[in-house]
Every structure is written in C-alpha cells, then in structure tokens.
Ligand binder design. Sequence first.
Ligand SMILES: Cc1cc2nc3c(=O)[nH]c(=O)nc-3n(C[C@H](O)[C@H](O)[C@H](O)COP(=O)(O)OP(=O)(O)OC[C@H]3O[C@@H](n4cnc5c(N)ncnc54)[C@H](O)[C@@H]3O)c2cc1C
Length: 544
Amino acid sequence: MNLKKEIEGIFKGEIFDDAKTLHIYENDASLFEVTPEIVVYPKDVEDIKSIVSFVSENKENNPKLSVTARAAGTGMSGGSLNESIILDVTKHINHIGDVEEKSITVEPGAYYRDFEIKTLKSNLLMPSYPASKDLCAIGGIVSNNSSGEKTLNYGCTRKYVQKLKVVLSDGNEYEFGPLNKTELDEKMAQQDFEGEIYKNIFNLINNNSELIKNAKPKVSKNSTGYAIWEVWDGETFDLSNLIVGSQGTLGIVTKATFRLIQPKKHSTLLVLFLKDFNHLSEIVNKVLKHKPESFESYDDHTFSLAIRFFPDMVKSLKMGIISLGFRLIPEFFMILTGGLPKLVLLAEFTGNSEEEIKKMATNTQKDLEEFNIKSRITSSPADAKKYWTIRRESFSLLRNHIKKGRTAPFIDDTIVSPEKLPEFLPRLTKIMEEYDITYTIAGHIGSGNFHIIPIMDFTKPESKKIVEELTEKVFSLVFELGGSMSAEHNDGIIRTPYLKKMYGEKVYNVFKDIKNIFDAKNIFNPGKKIGDTWDYTMKHIDTD
Ligand SMILES: Cc1cc2nc3c(=O)[nH]c(=O)nc-3n(C[C@H](O)[C@H](O)[C@H](O)COP(=O)(O)OP(=O)(O)OC[C@H]3O[C@@H](n4cnc5c(N)ncnc54)[C@H](O)[C@@H]3O)c2cc1C
C-alpha cells in the first residue's frame, strides 16, 4: 500500500516520504541508523489520535506498521529510530503554558531551552534537565526519564512530573497522575480500556510485589526497563510514573505538567584533582556528607581533549582566547609540574548567600586534607564556567572533532552505587585497556553514573566485534556490582537486548505483560524495551 496516500485522507499535518527527509530521521545521537518509511508532523492531538487509530486498525493486514514518537532526536540509545511511521512532535505540538503556582504545563515538542527561559522568568526551574538541555525537547526528557547535573540533589524527571496526557493504543487521549485508593477503585471499576489498564496493572504489580521489590537496582537513578517500583506504594497509584521513561512504547505523550523548584541564588565549585583512584570512595563519601548540589567528574582523556580543542572551548565559553588562556594557567602549570590528573571532581555548593557557600566549600576542602589532594575553590562564576564547559561539552567536543572514527555511545551510561567505585573504576579501566581505542569518561561521580564514550571507526570490520565484546564485559561488571546499564539515556536499540540479562526472565516477563496491557498489538515503537535481539542491534550500527 502507499502509506502516504492512505494517511493523507485522515491527517491535517505534513507527511514526507522523500529520501532527503527519511535520511534526516534515520539517525539520532546514538550509534544506529534505521530508515523509516514515512515521517509525519501532526498539527494537533487529533492528528496524533488519527495516526494511532490508523496504525491500530491496519496492523493486522500490515504487521510492519507502527508509530514512533520523536522529539529533538538527541537520544543516545536509538530510542526514536524505527522502520515505519516517525511522528515528530517538535513542529507543531510545542506550546508552553504559563507558570502557575510553581507548576507548568507544556507540550512534548517544546525545546527545553525555550521552556527554561519561561520558567526562569518566574525564578523557577525544572532541575532534572540533561546536559543536552540546549538541544533536546520535553517529549524526550519525559520519555527517557532524563536527568543531569542537579539530579544528585533534586532527583530525575519522574519526580517533577505531576501529570501526563497520553494517546493510548485505542486512539484516545487519557490523563495520568496520582490517585488514592478510592480513586483507583473507581478507575478499576470502569468497563472500558482505561479501566482494564488500571485493573491489569494493579493486579500485575500486586501479584509480583516480592519479585519487583527484589529486582530494584541498588542505585539512586535508573532508566532501564519499566519503572514498576514507582507505580504503587500502598497509598498512591500513579501510572504517569510508568509512562515516564517508557520511550514511547506505551503511548504518545501529548502534555506534561511539571512541578518546579526555586533555584538557589549563589554557587561555587570545589575542584579536586586526583592522581589516582586510591581513596576515591572515601573522598566521594566525605564530599557527599557536605551536601553538594551537584558532584560531577571528568577523566584525563576528557581534560586532554579540552586542551587539544582549545579554540572550540573558547567558543563554547564565549570568552576571548587570551582571557581563557589566562584562566587556564593554573591547570597548565599543574600539568607541567605533576602531569594530567587521572580524574577531576567538581563539587558544586549552592546557597542563598556568598558566605554560606564559601563556608560549605572550605569545610569540605578541610575535611579532605588527610588525602593530600590538589584542590581549589573557584573565585567567581566565570572561573567556574571553564570546568563546567569541559564537563558539559565533552561529548560534543568528541562528536564534532574526531575525523578518523566517531563517538560510539554503547557503554555510555552505567551506574553503580558510589561505595562500589574503587572496585568498579580500576576493573573498568583494565577492560578498556585491552582494546586500542581512545575514550573519555565523564559523569556524575556523586551517584556513580559514568558516561564512557569510545571513539571508533566503523569502516573497520573489527569495530562491531569490539562493541559486542565491550558491551558484554562492561555490563556484566555493572550487573555483578548491583548497578544498572543506564541511569539516564534509557534502553533503545542498544540496551533492550540486555534487559533480560540485567533483570532475569521473571522480571522481564512482567515488563512484557506491561507492554501487552497497554499495547497488545505492538504498535508503539516496537523493538524498544521488549522484543529486539542483539542481532538487530548489530545490523543497525551506522557504518558510514
Ligand atoms: C551532547 C549530549 C548530551 C546529553 N546529555 C544527557 C544527559 O545529561 N542526561 C540525559 O538524560 N540524556 C542526555 N543526552 C541524551 C538526550 O539528549 C536526552 O535523553 C534527551 O532528553 C532526549 O530528548 P530528545 O528530545 O532529543 O528525545 P528523542 O531522542 O527525540 O526521543 C527520546 C525517546 O523519547 C521518545 N519520545 C519523544 N517524544 C515522545 C512523545 N511525545 N511521546 C512518547 N515518547 C516520546 C522517543 O520515541 C525516544 O524513545 C545527551 C545527548 C547529547 C547529544
């Protein structure tokens, strides 16, 4: 059938099936390439409902038909890539409402950068924003359960979602948010699709409560699988918690209402330069006791890249080359006298007065004296900015500069609890050193979440084999230490085949039941969370 022609009759927005458009939508920021059949820009929620109903009605005759939502396409797991209909919400479904009593309702296609301008006007913030906050959109933030530098103190996106509107597989739009037991009972009594969903999910979670409890990774944030731990706490039942982080596999998000926080007025950085991983866990735990708002890190490879691509750093910092050169003198001097630090740690202290934050940073510095590590407290926001830029721009620096090969995110988001770091980091380094590849490690040390990004040349036949071997070795190490293979970036094409290994067959079957309750025909983003194989993953690595 000619998909474009069939959809034209039921759809107000734009529809594309030309090679140029399809080429744009075959990639995101992941390792993968998947060519869709068609790309649509819905004009409004009615258009989304029409597409979903169309796919649902025609799925039996055309099993390959599906619909995958896409926001800004900056995901690093391949979550928005698929073979049938790609539904881009950024073109028209992007309204940002007004701030009302520390809360705001926004459509999924709104870019976070525009959303933040609006919240900051009211001196409010949605603090789980990712490092890609200038590039990504709300639909992706919600559907990946994104998090970032402030998550240590404030938590992930799920914590800020008050309610969601979602188009489900029957083609209707529903609202999900917290319900008490009486409200839940009323929903479960409904003789319709919504009632069936509430009843079946409630029974599934109740009947498997021990299994679910024991399967929870021992980490502070996790974006893998379905968030079965967050739905029912015995008092409140909230299906929006399940939809957050589900990568568009349960329905299409059409509106999100977020709770906002008031950011602190002042901040400063305590910068720690570590020669080795000795005492890392004690250092991390000591710093955490002083309650930094964020606690980030980058490794020697990231540091040397920042120095190698110095002119681009200057551009990102929006400061003159001489001024930046001047600001980096202490680091250059340190490298000349003592070599590159193995790890740089950035502990950010925030408060409502200069005195308060200085005291916090100085007390922490004093508390670390026994470890004899080089450290400094930044003197101004401009001074702090250079460290933040290296940390935030590390992935972009790599992505934009490497001529031979490219960034290969596949072990890009592991998390283990901070006490496990002294075991995790040396074992990780040993695994990485078995291969002749350049890589950087940057991340959220305060939570034990690291972004390990190798540079690889996929025109070389051995590269795919390295992806395969490294994934197996690194994920096995993470699982052994009770961690998760993704804290923020979610499962997508890269991690879906590992969900069974991470959680075991029984928990995976609970995930399968969840998918089946919401989307029995498998119309939404097939192959993510449930289904696809490592073979599919390997076949779709972009080798250009
Ligand atoms: C330089 C760089 C830095 C990054 N840093 C971080 C970081 O610090 N933390 C982090 O979490 N991520 C990070 N990422 C990954 C990514 O940017 C984020 O996860 C982001 O939130 C994805 O948003 P997006 O709009 O690009 O989503 P997309 O890539 O378009 O989509 C992501 C997923 O959401 C689904 N989706 C999108 N819209 C909807 C909708 N309306 N309904 C249902 N499902 C939908 C898609 O199907 C897909 O599965 C980074 C990426 C880059 C390139």
